[in-house]
Ligand binder design. Sequence first.
Ligand SMILES: [Zn+2]
Length: 460
Amino acid sequence: MTSASLPLRPRLLVCAVLGAGLGSAGACGEAAVAPPHVVVVLIDTLRADHTSIAGYARDTTPRLAQLAAQGTTFAGHFANAPWTKPSVATLLTGLLPPAHQSQWGDVERAAGGEVDLLSDGFETLPELLGAAGYSTHAYMTNTTLTAAGGYAQGFDEFVPLPATLDGDRAALAATRAVLDNASGPVFAWCHLMAVHNYRVEAGGERFRSPHETPIAGATNAEILARYGVEFHEQAVDAYDNTVLFADALVGELADHLAQQHPNTILVVTSDHGEELREHGGYLHAHSLFNELLRVPLVLRGPGIEAGRRVERLSSGVDLVATLFDLLELPAPATQGVSLLAEFAARGVYAEKRNGERAGRAWITPEGKFLEWKPPGSPGSKPTLEGRGVWGFYADPLGLDQDNTAGSLGAARLQAAQRQMEALGEDSDRIFERETRGRPTRGVLNDQELEDLRALGYSGD
Ligand SMILES: [Zn+2]
């Protein structure tokens, strides 16, 4: 749904140095009235703690580190869901997963019937920016995010691209081209899949673990242990190499923007992380532990302080409000807050409603609460009913290894539960209000099912 057209407020074109605030715009010697471009680069599946800006031991993201020096980094940032579909819907709407309810729909269930849609009752970021005079473009390499699923709403141009390195390159080239040829303000969503798919160019493997060959003459137990170590280390190597590769791609785009389009707000973030055996598994979508929820967020551009690091907790639901604050446009109705304004410390909500291990997380400065639905709970579409298996982790930014819920006391668990219930009720009201009379579910066609399978969303 598109709101009434909003007039753009004139603002100064910042053409001096990157990271300069509006106050130094006079260095340009001219004042132009041009709203900034907005470019969101989403590096799919990038966990924060494997980036240089979060202090990772390997220098996987030297370019992101440069960007952080030119802009503002949010060090306590989270995704609101552990997989693409709900997490991106939150980034696009500023609504939590229970409010937009675009969650359900892996291959197993989709083949049997219906999947959730991102209802066209919601106002998306491109709809809001379009109403404010922007041309809006998505270069979409994640085939989970389809026009049929509601993810194209508000984009003047929505280009599905293959989830390959060529697809990533095409997304970056298209982003450059649309800015180079722009006659007005542009919003571009550039979605990169290299990390999701563990792909790098040949010769791009820089990180190598010490265990490269099996061990001759070891006992069975030793071999099992060693193979386990090898697989894990090589999985980490492969992941880190793809992070380095994606970082270089983003760096090229960031350089181009700095040189040709300095009046651009550049957002680099991710939709979720990736498990590398912290809880016995790999990949993503299957839990709410921090290896799947903590993601980077870096902003650079006019009005954004250079070299600033924000430690407060934040999440993807805050992106829309933050961008509208930066653009000096009236804040749309969302469940997020502007991360550039001062705001009281508050919790981050995340949930996973699909699959067996449905649950919800409430992440606060005092620690992280997890409430799981018990395994094996019935239901063709899991809800959070029957919940009550608790986790508590004292470090909200840690890797959720030491569950101390048992010694926490019922009062604190109940307080966290009340907070989550209140958010859930607020979300229910938003969903009912915004989707009334509109479809919220659909059916995937054979190609869309095949695309989901190819990405590994075979059911969970
Ligand atoms: Zn994803």
